[in-house]
Design a protein. Structure first.
Ligand SMILES: Nc1ncnc2c1ncn2[C@@H]1O[C@H](COP(=O)(O)OP(=O)(O)O)[C@@H](O)[C@H]1O
Ligand SMILES: Nc1ncnc2c1ncn2[C@@H]1O[C@H](COP(=O)(O)OP(=O)(O)O)[C@@H](O)[C@H]1O
Ligand SMILES: [Mg+2]
Ligand SMILES: [Mg+2]
Ligand SMILES: [Mg+2]
Ligand SMILES: [Mg+2]
Lengths: 335, 209, 335, 209
């Protein structure tokens, strides 16, 4: 008995990518097995932005390949980083003097693949600079960066550095813009109902009815404390308070606030959560310069969401809001 | 048994696949407790890829290189780089079409070094290293020149190391975020690597030709 | 015990709309209680496009208010059309010589509200033309239009008529473009796991594990036959076959194909379904000129999707793909 | 009881709200079977809105107009227009601050006409009309000049009509798509309207002043 709209379980990733590139054929195509690239490549004199990650999180990560964002996403199987050799294939496709900026989310599979592939690339004379995201604060506010996972905060990062690359900035400049953004971004996830692994049907992180876990990662890995859900406002307050404790936005600071739904939680609920978080930011005089309520990075049919908060410098606001992008799942008209 | 050939190693991989497949859903369940529930799926895929990639080569070095790159091309997850790195490491530690006892020990030591290029994890961190490291130590520490005995020593140490992970707190991988809550379950990777070593030993043990 | 991120159940609609308009404050705002309007109104010499519908379907319908799409959405409580007097308030806001095109989905609550409000508006000298959508084919291929529900096909309609209005076309021209699009659009829904009513917790349309119902409406109202789910390809084939039987696209025809997720079904699954449907269209020589895999109109946390197929005339392709839009949930750069 | 005043009608609405509230979740459950599970919520909201809107006026016509527009401003769904249209219709059929038996009959007939402006549904279509239409017919057909008796006749007919919907196939509303599958459950709207008529009758019956 199956409870998902799938075919053979070992064909999920291939079929997903085929369907996706068919739907958005004027924007994206397959550049190799499990390698998604733009339909029309960016000019060779600009830095290429490449990322990697497991499937099962759609629209992430491939949904953000397109003009003004990513050049390429290299896809692994469900919840699994692509192998280093696959990633190396993709890096070979984007070899250029301007260099490749490789965005890696801090999960050990991704990091190990990226390191190995980068070594292979270096030997092949390919210039690669890595940018590691680690904005999850569930492990604590003071833990070292390497103990913090990369969550959906990578996606506004793609928008910002993608726009910078489109403008012809150098790889060093882009990396600096990106590092600065990562340093000012914090994410916290909450889960309510758990999900099943689409290949083996395993229930990942069973949660009793009515209970939530703040701090659960995007593969059902635990990380926080469990509690009964009392109200949207209560959860929103707890989360935005922790994010503010981490980032300490000052009065007048401009921020980006995203509520990223991970699956079964509705846009209705996410809007209610956004409302409370935005109100608490406003109380501190913090300005929500940009917001989003949507599914960017999902965890199968899990219920819950990730709350992403970033303090934006002026150049970030420009790149985020005023630069165009045309990736299937993040279209921006710009100014 | 004094030497091991490419064909024998291929047969060992087959046995490893068979044993791991029997434990596939158990391994995914272990991973579901402190990870993302896919280790059984991943390790089966990786051993399948290893077997496919092993077919062309005629000497051990080339075969291990093909296996390493094959795994890293067609399979995913932490397992891809860890197992891939292990075989690339093995390749660096061997020449020729056969290995004798001494070469076998060097080869496995070199395999461990290949993994260590990709992770700082060591014994006590609740990862596959808790199986691999004691296994290699036991193998290299064995006086015997008999390959079957060496592999048996490795398998016993790997299993003991895997069992020990139950009491450990995870310092690497997805389980790290669980902190204290990771205690009480065996690490999925340690368990699968112990099974692989058992398969290697079983294949060359009394019941093997 | 609550299992959704909400606060008081009678405040859901208000808080949802507040959160939504906060997140996209540069695009939309509240123009009255439960009335969502553009942040910057369109000029008075252009036809206004107004729609109405219950909440609980987010991002529909208010997510499509914005430049190049809707001018206004009037929102009822969960799954309930707004009252006629509320709608009349909104029509008063948009009174203009060019007229108001009011898009109504064929559900009796919506139709009754719209009829009553239009009568009130006429008495007040407000020019209103109604456009009724009824593209659901679950009741049968040959049933009269009034027996067919309006499903998510209204959303590409908003895009097309919104673009036409932006170009300054007359209300008669726009209505003709819209009627032609509706006549060439067919939708079919499938449900797998049911959802709960967010206000009273009632389980709407319980479905046994592993069973699906093709033809279920967007409020859990039944309508089709139940069957076991066997594979994504099988469901996709059944559905696209029925849609093609209704529309009879000819070889070389250009179509729009949308897989609209209604809640818990993932973008991964929807992509797999899109793939098969697109392949079957291609087999018949039908050209997918535009595609989308996304959540436009949801049914709480229900699992399932709606498949929308439209045969596009050349002017539809232009308005759909090449005209810009800037509504929060349908941004299009255009040409 | 020979006349009915604005205050008495307000009290009747209060009783209706009380009785309907008792059945709120039952009504939503009926609606869940062939609709979207919210009729209990909707009818309670509508009666609340009616009571609030009824407060200002001093004569029946103004009060019914206020109620109709109040419902249609602040509540949603089919119920909003059906009940709203009913009260607007009532307003068209009455003048002054009190109604006698004849005026009462005209007023309810006019209320039904108000509903019919918004739907073509009639007896047999499995909607609230199956309660409302027989109720109005029974009321107007009653020879008695006693308001309590007239309302009692309406209530009995409404309940009978509602019961009859169990065997019907729905031709209107969300239930229409169910076709044959809609047979076997009482229509939610018919049930709630029958309850409202019962409340009206109860309020003016023997136990009332
Ligand atoms: N950084 C690491 N160092 C050593 N071993 C690791 C590391 N990360 C993960 N592992 C091992 O990999 C196993 C999980 O493998 P798998 O489930 O295939 O990967 P993924 O975490 O990508 O889902 C863990 O049980 C652990 O033994
Ligand atoms: N077109 C119609 N004509 C008459 N009565 C209708 C019609 N549509 C719905 N109804 C009545 O309304 C009831 C449902 O009311 P409610 O649940 O409040 O509305 P909604 O369908 O908007 O959720 C039905 O049980 C039926 O009695
Ligand atoms: Mg994994
Ligand atoms: Mg895993
Ligand atoms: Mg309703
Ligand atoms: Mg209803």
């Amino acid at each position: 008995m199956i409870t998902k709209f799938i075919n053979a379980t070992d064909q999920i990733t291939r079929e997903t990518l085929e369907g996706y590139t068919m739907a958005y054929a004027d924007k994206v195509k397959l550049g190799g097995e499990n390698i998604v690239v733009r339909a029309t490549p960016k000019s060779m004199d600009k830095v290429a932005i490449v990322t990697l990650g497991g499937s099962g999180h759609e629209p992430a990560l491939s949904g953000f390949v397109g003009e003004g964002m990513l050049d390429c996403s290299v896809v692994g199987d469900i919840f699994a980083a692509p192998g280093a050799q696959r990633l190396f294939q993709a890096l070979q496709l984007f070899k250029r003097d301007a260099g490749i900026l490789l965005v890696v989310l801090n999960h050990s599979g991704d990091v190990m693949s990226a390191n190995m592939a980068t070594q292979l690339a270096e030997r092949a004379g390919i210039k690669v600079v890595k940018l590691l995201t680690h904005e999850d604060i569930s492990a604590g506010l003071d833990v070292p960066d390497e103990d913090r996972r990369g969550l959906a905060g990578c996606i506004p990062l793609y928008k910002i550095i993608g726009a910078a690359a489109e403008q012809g900035k150098s790889i060093e400049e882009i990396a600096e813009i990106g590092e600065r953004f990562i340093g000012q971004t914090a994410t916290l996830a909450v889960a309510m109902r758990s999900c099943t692994h689409p290949q083996n049907g395993a229930v990942i992180a069973e949660l009793p009815e009515g209970e939530i876990e703040i701090g659960m990662g995007q593969h059902g890995e635990g990380g926080g404390g469990r509690q009964m859900l009392t109200s949207a406002d209560d959860v929103a307050s707890q989360m935005i308070t922790q994010l503010m404790s981490k980032l300490k936005p000052a009065k007048g600071d401009k921020v980006l606030l995203i509520i990223n739904g991970v699956g079964a939680t509705t846009h209705m609920e996410m809007s209610i959560v956004f409302r409370k978080a935005a109100m608490l930011l406003a109380e501190k005089g913090v300005v929500v310069a940009d917001g989003k309520i949507t599914e960017l990075l999902t965890v199968q049919e899990q219920a819950g969401f990730q709350m992403i908060l970033s303090i934006l410098d002026e150049d970030h606001v420009e790149l985020l809001k005023n630069a165009p992008s045309n990736a299937p799942y993040w279209v921006n008209i710009g100014k | 048994m004094n030497t091991i050939s490419t064909d024998q190693f291929r047969a060992m991989l087959q046995t490893a696949l068979t044993l791991v497949r029997e434990k596939e859903s158990y391994l995914s369940q272990l991973d579901a407790v402190t990870g993302d529930g896919d280790h059984g799926t991943a390790i089966v895929a990786a051993l399948n890829a290893a077997i496919t990639a092993s077919e062309a080569a005629t000497d051990l070095k080339a075969m291990f290189n093909d296996i390493g790159f094959g795994i890293m091309l067609t399979t995913s997850g932490s397992t891809s780089t860890l197992l891939g790195g292990f075989f690339l490491g093995m390749a660096e530690g061997i020449e020729g079409a056969e290995a004798d006892a001494g070469q076998l020990k060097t080869m496995f030591k070199s395999g461990l070094a290949g993994v260590s290029k990709n992770t700082k994890a060591a014994v006590g961190d609740k990862t596959m290293m808790d199986a691999l490291m004691p296994a290699v130590t036991a193998m290299t520490g064995t006086e015997s020149e008999d390959i079957a005995e060496i592999l048996a020593a490795g398998a016993a140490a790997a299993r003991k190391g895997a069992e020990a992970t139950i009491a450990m707190k995870a310092n690497f991988g997805r389980a790290r975020n669980y902190g204290e809550r990771s205690i009480g379950t065996m690490d999925a990777g340690a368990s699968s690597w112990a099974t692989i070593f058992e398969a290697f030993a079983r294949h060359t043990g009394p019941s093997a030709k």
